[in-house]
Design a binder for this molecule. Structure first.
Ligand SMILES: Cc1cc2nc3c(=O)[nH]c(=O)nc-3n(C[C@H](O)[C@H](O)[C@H](O)COP(=O)(O)OP(=O)(O)OC[C@H]3O[C@@H](n4cnc5c(N)ncnc54)[C@H](O)[C@@H]3O)c2cc1C
Length: 593
């Protein structure tokens, strides 16, 4: 039940055809790198995820974490795993070589992360947040702070966290109250932060917290928020870890899932105030934090893929083992995999997993291009595509993880509902994904409001146009032509959704809120199908050495998605374009007892 077999064929395929790794490797930043060498890295990461990480998943869930005074206790197996993870260099795969990183494309780091996340979702939050913290510090920190803190974040010797949430400030970060008082060229931070992932533990020598707080005298609202680096142990000029800072974990949450990840209430400034250093500009803290949050949103979307993959692998194995009923043409009782309804469930799982991977690896490539492409225009184009895809990756893939992990239970029948098969853990673990890192309601508002309405639909129309061109090239093969026809029809639906937002969002105050979630699902469903189809066409064309069996399965999976999943686009479009007054028909009082 702890088994995980990394799907390296599909990962490598997506890197070749959806991330277009050849274009990435042609950039100056990656000169001299060969895909064959990168594939070696992926093979080794796959082994580590399978042999070292995956076996800790159930143990971490069962043992959980605890707090003793102000010391957070994590299962010994997770501590041993983390030590090995850091020592083997997995944290630094795509880190900047100037700070001891390996400097591989972010697309490769992303693939390594997928396997780590599938191995143990709760643990994977620790390396994910550490790498997001390193990216934020590199982008916005002073040279002095980078010298003292960045190297050890890149290598993973120290851990990173993000601290936004307060009791009164969840989705609405404008309500943040944590305070920062000037103390020479640094600040003293005080306040309470809640729900802080890996907020404290003994697995790293130091923990570097990235905290949103309000400098004394700052205006109310978002414009008064700044971002600070607040170390657990203050680091001296010589780079040595020094005095314990004035911050502590006061309690841990008892949660539905991700039991191996400590979620802490953190108190800052019980005494003189925790020493903190401004990162980025004063009053621009939310924008600065968005560097970290955008990476984390991509990471959380990928966690949706990862936990779905694990649930799928468990379900397909069970479907081969479990014998129930008979099927025509077979003697005796049959394994349930032979029942068409079980196959329907497995195909729903598999096809949506592959669609998620297609979207995620398309987005991952944009991170490399946005940083390293050779011209300002190319970098801006990648940034714009990434910005559009980020809420789709976070919102749609995490919604899909709910469906896929639930199907994972259903395939197991009653054994899925009890804990010992492990199917229930994936369902419980997945449930946080649509909530943290900006709820999916907030992702939907971001997609419909900032990303589509905000640029008058230009980027999404550009993407739709490119996908139509892909469809136009799929006419030579009968199966591909049928897929292209379905995708084209779905792209029509998506275009109508975009038109509706542009026509209605400004004139009706409820229009955006009432339509945005269904628009997010429409966009994810259609883009997932179109990118899956792009992959199917590439597999058939066999440009990257894809073998015939793989291509056949990719086409079959895509055809299933087109017939069983893409038709949902009609429903999402109908719901999103319904009169918003229908959603708001009942007054708030009608929801009282
Ligand atoms: C296990 C776990 C780990 C976490 N880790 C971290 C962490 O490391 N760092 C950190 O800072 N935070 C963390 N969080 C906090 C998390 O990001 C917040 O819970 C999340 O952003 C939602 O905030 P909230 O819980 O206050 O919900 P609320 O903001 O109260 O939202 C409740 C509901 O109202 C909806 N809603 C709220 N405002 C709007 C609006 N304007 N428009 C439409 N709908 C709206 C939401 O979508 C949601 O459905 C974590 C939370 C959990 C449970």
């Amino acid at each position: 039940m702890s088994g995980y077999n990394p799907p390296l064929d599909d990962i490598k395929f997506c890197i070749r055809h959806l991330s277009d790794i050849d274009s990435i490797l042609s950039l100056d930043a990656f000169e001299g790198m060969e895909m064959a060498d990168l594939e070696q890295v992926l093979e080794e990461a796959g082994k580590f995820a399978r042999d070292v990480i995956a076996p800790t998943n159930v143990i971490g869930d069962q043992k959980g974490v605890s707090i003793d005074g102000n010391t957070v206790q994590v299962p010994a197996e997770i501590a041993a795993l983390h030590a090995q993870y850091v020592e083997n260099g997995w944290q630094s795969v795509s880190g900047n070589p100037e700070y001891d990183g390996m400097g591989l494309p972010s697309t490769i780091g992303n693939a390594v992360s997928e396997m780590v996340e599938t191995g143990n979702l709760a643990y994977s939050l620790l390396p994910m947040l550490t790498s997001d913290a390193a990216i934020a510090l590199e982008a916005h920190g002073t040279d002095d702070l980078k010298r003292k803190y960045l190297g050890k974040l890149v290598t993973g010797e120290w851990a990173g966290t993000m601290l936004l949430t307060e009791p009164q400030a969840g989705s609405d970060l404008a309500a943040i109250k944590a305070r920062a008082v000037r103390d020479g060229d640094r600040f003293r931070i005080s306040g309470t932060k809640i729900f802080i992932t890996w907020g404290d533990h003994e697995l790293s020598e130091n923990i570097i917290h990235f905290v949103l707080a309000r400098i004394e005298g700052a205006p109310e609202g978002v414009r008064g928020i700044s971002m600070f680096l607040v170390p657990k142990f203050v680091v001296g000029d010589n780079g040595e870890v020094g005095e314990r800072n004035d911050l502590r974990a006061t309690s841990l949450e008892h949660k539905l899932g991700i039991h191996a990840s400590p979620t802490a209430v953190m108190s800052f400034g019980d005494n003189d105030g925790a020493i903190g250093y401004l990162i980025g500009e004063e009053g621009k803290g939310l924008a600065t934090m968005f560097t970290m949050m955008n990476h984390a949103r991509l990471g959380v979307g990928q966690q949706g893929l990862a936990v779905s993959e694990r649930a799928f692998q468990l379900a397909r194995a069970y479907a081969h083992d479990r014998v129930q009923g008979r099927v025509p043409g077979q003697d005796g009782r049959a394994p349930i995999i032979h029942h068409a309804d079980v196959r329907r469930m497995l195909m729903l799982m598999r096809s949506q997993i592959e669609a998620m991977r297609a979207v995620i690896y398309t987005a991952a490539a944009q991170v490399d291009l946005a940083h390293h492409a050779g011209s300002d225009d190319a970098r801006a184009a990648a940034e714009s595509r990434l910005s559009l895809l980020t809420p789709v990756v976070k919102g749609w893939c995490t919604e899909k993880s709910e469906e896929v992990t639930s199907l994972g239970i259903q395939v197991h029948g009653g054994m899925g509902y009890v804990e010992e098969t492990g199917a229930a853990q994936h369902y419980r673990d997945a449930r946080i994904l649509p909530i943290y890192e900006g709820t999916n309601g907030i992702q939907a508002a971001d997609l419909a409001g900032r990303k589509v309405l905000g640029d008058e639909g230009r980027e999404i129309r550009k993407l739709i146009g490119e996908l139509r061109e892909t469809c136009a090239g799929m006419q030579g093969d009968e199966a591909l032509a049928a897929i292209a026809a379905s995708v084209n029809a779905a792209l029509d639906q998506l275009e109508r959704g975009v038109d509706w937002i542009l026509a209605n969002a400004m004139s009706d105050p409820a229009a955006l809120g009432a339509s945005s979630f269904n628009f997010l699902m429409l966009a994810g469903t259609v883009l997932g199908g179109a990118l899956l189809a792009k992959g199917a066409a590439a597999a058939v064309a066999d440009t990257g050495g894809t073998d015939a069996g793989f291509a056949k399965e990719k086409v079959a999976t895509t055809a299933f998605y087109c017939t069983h999943v893409l038709p949902r686009a009609h429903g999402y479009l109908a719901a999103m374009t319904a009169d918003p007054a229908i959603t708001m028909a009942l007054p708030a009082e009608a929801f009282l007892d």
